[in-house]
Design a protein around this ligand. Structure first.
Ligand code: COA
Length: 149
């Protein structure tokens, strides 16, 4: 599978069922995030990315808010460690660069800090709790990014 080819940029309106399917498994079932926290008003105004397997089934997702915030990064357990998370994040960073929004930021679960550090994100400030899970704010300046072409 060529992962980068399998990532689609979608709106909530056109891909709601697929986006909900992945996030339900990863966040609500696996991580026990309460349903009322998982779904919010930002989904409708965000750009979403969707990773599909060879059968066209959704296996990963993430979203980008209008203000440049990245969030809801999720890959189904059995599909992790194969570069899909990286392909999703790269696609969102490329969208930010196209918009000339050169500051990427996100709230990382502390367990995912090493994943984001590989992209150059740095921890800013203290740890805090969100949806019952420890998080840190992370930021990345894209001004010098190798993704700029
Ligand atoms: C975080 C997540 C999206 C990463 O997706 P993935 O498809 O496994 O990521 P990749 O395969 O692209 O991994 C890229 C690199 O980061 C590393 N990595 C990924 N997740 C990691 C983690 N939790 N801890 C340490 N390293 C990690 C991989 O080993 C890989 O390293 P390599 O380049 O040396 O091989 C996925 O683990 C996930 O969905 N986790 C559960 C939900 C979650 O925690 N989301 C983050 C919310 S902030």
């Amino acid at each position: 599978m060529r992962h980068a080819d399998a990532v689609q940029i979608v709106s909530w309106e056109e891909a709601e069922a697929a986006l909900r399917a992945v996030r339900t498994v990863v966040f609500i079932r696996e991580q026990q995030v309460p349903e009322e926290l998982e779904w919010d008003e930002y989904d409708a105004v965000s750009k979403h990315v969707l990773a599909l397997n060879n059968a066209g089934q959704p296996v990963g997702t993430a979203r980008l808010l209008p203000d440049g915030h990245i969030g809801r990064m999720a890959v189904l357990k059995e599909w992790r460690g194969q570069g899909l998370g990286s392909a999703l994040l790269t696609t969102l960073l490329q969208i930010l660069i196209r918009r000339r929004q050169f500051e990427a930021q996100l709230h990382a679960q502390t367990s995912a800090i090493p994943f984001y550090k590989k992209f150059g994100f740095q921890v800013v400030g203290e740890e805090f709790m969100e949806a019952g899970i420890p998080h840190v704010k992370m930021m990345l300046s894209l001004k010098e990014s190798a993704l700029i072409i």
